[in-house]
Design a protein around this ligand. Structure first.
Ligand SMILES: CC(C)(COP(=O)(O)OP(=O)(O)OC[C@H]1O[C@@H](n2cnc3c(N)ncnc32)[C@H](O)[C@@H]1OP(=O)(O)O)[C@@H](O)C(=O)NCCC(=O)NCCS
Length: 139
């Protein structure tokens, strides 16, 4: 397993994982825009054959890190890959002076809620987007 930055040529693989992982999946265009944002970091975890197993996208804004997308390929979950991506983000964010991670999670996404709780995220209290919670974690 290797964690490396995403490039344009990875986005077809990323989009095909995304399409079967989310109720409202991001498009290829959404990923392309995120790759070009100066405040965003977009990382992949790949196997020994350079096949994408998962990805994480976050934005670093002042002292906060916004987790925008974390996805592990269906069939590769519950093997610690999401945790490797989360740990990588926390190290990068801490190194850039962030002291808080913020995310938005759908209330019906039981797997993601369990994953974030395991990582020590707590509901922020305020309203999230419709049907979702905002969760935060101090780092
Ligand atoms: C959320 C997601 C990224 C987690 O990735 P993962 O690689 O499966 O996570 P890990 O294997 O590192 O799990 C770490 C811990 O989180 C918890 N957890 C993860 N998935 C869980 C599930 N489906 N049910 C209950 N607990 C879960 C467990 O405590 C797990 O530890 P354990 O396997 O030793 O019990 C993955 O389920 C996913 O890609 N889901 C679809 C996309 C998505 O919903 N992304 C989040 C959008 S907000």
């Amino acid at each position: 397993m290797q964690i490396r930055k995403a490039t344009l040529s990875d986005l077809y693989q990323v989009s095909s994982i995304e399409a079967v992982s989310h109720t409202t999946p991001w498009s290829l265009g959404d990923f392309t825009s995120e790759l070009q944002r100066p405040d965003a970091e977009f990382w992949l975890i790949c196997d020994e054959n350079n096949r994408v197993q998962g990805y994480i996208i976050f934005r670093l804004i002042l002292n906060e890190c916004y987790l925008i997308n974390i996805t592990v390929a269906d069939g590769r979950r519950r093997r610690g890959i999401g945790s490797l991506l989360m740990q990588h983000m926390i190290i990068r964010a801490g190194g850039r002076g962030c002291d808080r991670i913020v995310l938005d999670v759908r209330r019906d996404n039981a797997a993601a809620l369990a994953f974030y709780e395991e990582w020590g995220f707590e509901p922020a209290g305020g309203p999230g987007l419709s049907g979702s919670y905002v969760m935060t974690k101090n780092i």
